[in-house]
Design a protein around this ligand. Sequence first.
Ligand SMILES: [Zn+2]
Length: 389
Amino acid sequence: MTSTPVARPDEVRRYNRSSLLRLLHVGGPCTRATLATELGLNRSTIKTLVDGLAEAGVVVERVPRPGRGAGRPSLLVLPQPEAAVVLAVDVQVEHVAIALVGLGGQILGRNSWNLHGRGREPAEVLTHVIESTTLLAADLAVKPVAGGISVPGVVRRSDGHVHEAPNLRWSDIALGERLAAALDMPVVAGNDAELGALAEHLRGAARDASDAVFVSADIGVGGGVIAQGTPLRGAGGYVGEIGHMVVRPRGRSCYCGNEGCWETEVGEAALCRALGLPDDSPRGTIVVALRDLGRDPAAARGTLAEFAEWLTLGLVNVVNLLGPELVVLGDLFTALPDTVLDHVGAEVRRRSLVSRAIGGVRIEKSSLGADVKLLGAAEAAFEGVLDTV
Ligand SMILES: [Zn+2]
């Protein structure tokens, strides 16, 4: 005879507590009544949970600023940022940023440096990350309890092993384990587009979308996928290498071994070619050129016509394959003139069968800007923290 396992009261309490914290962490301050409604719990259970968290210093309750409504206002439950602080690291090809992020998602402090002229070797980057973290934590008088690190490469989710980060010239680096050992805390390492998708889903443009794709466009192009409200991982966590969809047979050679990958047509070098700039132009130069071009919509559409066509073609494939209701364009794509993005969006909606079937996929720019991967790395770190605060 089998019996249905029954959750023990302490397990139920722990589950409810972490659900409540997750709600406050992502959604921000709210009243006990809202918490009760959102979590489907009765008021006395919420009171017990909130009282316990307040006693532990994880939340506080405050009277909201006076509004126009009459009557006594309900107390707001606020997460205390210092109650759980995580380290977020965003390693880009030219640049590294770190931040200490508190419960509720607030960046408490940050530091960043260019990799020009500095060592780009993994050991040098790690040393600098560790030193900067120690200094920042001392400055802020906080102690991070977990870390997340974003890398533009193929990263094994289970242990943060970087198989390849070609634009950094990294391969086979036990990045997650090394950082975890040095800082003596758990560290999650992930692909930059995957973490970008997580951030946009929790805090950005894809907040209300349960099926979304985030497209990152640095030197390389990658994708992160949210399917039915959760990150799509694939075997080993490697899903989303959309920059290496072959879109142009016998096209340009790509480091991955193929020719005509999407990345060779819409990555940073391709954008430079379209703008008549040298392939290795600094990011600032490219952004300024795009802004100038955007002042003359007709010229922008003309100059970027071929680039826009490759962008459209790849996005049609992405939408047909993954069926998102929303595609969020990040990084360099956010600097494209609006007239070009509007045209690309309209063409994707016209040419994608899936888009037509769902009444038109939305294509929007990232709303988190340059911090998207930093915030994603923080959220990856928080995943293991909210159960234990
Ligand atoms: Zn490739």
